[in-house]
Design a protein around this ligand. Sequence first.
Ligand code: F6P
Length: 359
Amino acid sequence: MLRIGLLTSGGDCQALNATMRAIVKTMVNRAAEPVEICGFEDGYQGLIYGRYRVMEASEFEGILALGGTILGTSRTPFKRLDTPEADGVDKVAAMKETYRDLSLDCLFVLGGNGSTKTAHRLAQEGLRVIALPKTIDNDTWGTDLTFGFSSAVEVATTYIDAIRTTASSHGRVFVVEIMGHKVGWIPLHAAVAGGADVCLIPEIPYEMDRVAAAVERALDAGSRCAIVAVAEGALSSEEAALPKKEYKKRVASRTAPSVAYEIARELEARTGRETRVAAPGHAQRGGAPDAQDRVFATQCGVEAALGFLEGEHGFMVAQRGGRMCHFALDEVAGKLKRVDPSSDLVREARALGMSFGDE
Ligand code: F6P
């Protein structure tokens, strides 16, 4: 009998259930012995407090297209891993205890950067752990893709399409704020797919004069509206030059609710054009996974399960150059994958006339 644990940790995304289904189906089809599945509730919290349920393989049927996570999720920040919980519980010790009490053969962690760092820590503590790259942000180092990203781009793009019709009717400028945490993968892809005039991402600091000039150019060229796609983590060149602490202070002292509102206020002042802010927000993580995410999530789940059945652990499943592979957790944990400002897509977007606010 094999006994595996499953947990989904951090911000949710669209293809978590599709990934777990693939892990379980592969186990059932390929394991030489029966498999017992322990589903931990609400991410690492379930592992800390021993909140799990023994699940039937049938519970993972019919969830390929279901958004969210049937296990629930929560954030257990890596930087506070060694700080006891409010009730005094030592998180790492408690997780090890649950794992050992259940005699798990492996723990599958579906998580983003922080969760993968915790998975790495648990592996260092002697647990058999396999990580799977979940996040809409696509910022996981070592893999070209993360599951959730494609669906989030789809939501953000559809949102820009909808904003464009009302922006055009009213002759307005719209600043659309798009998620992505500290990187610009979703905003960049949605800006290209949605035909935005300007795209501001953390990897390419902007100058307000240049953003305003790009908006004027779009309107002068005959467009009735201008769309500025702004990453939630976008920053000006002046902010980018600040030491990290100073930048954080600057963000904390914002009078506007977010960077998009600051930019909109400045744009309206400089161009005299009526400017609005819109944001798809958490809808970017919601709803059904798109076809690409279903396929990639399935590949990740299958490869993770096959890797385990072949006796491997301590790795994250990844895709590099179209091929599925494994990366040692040692190599992946703690690194961020950012947009390369000299990448093909940025170069091509510039060739189309899209401004990144830097030139
Ligand atoms: O990591 C996914 C993400 O949606 C980021 O894009 C965003 O910055 C963050 O999570 C929002 O977190 P929360 O759901 O805690 O508001």
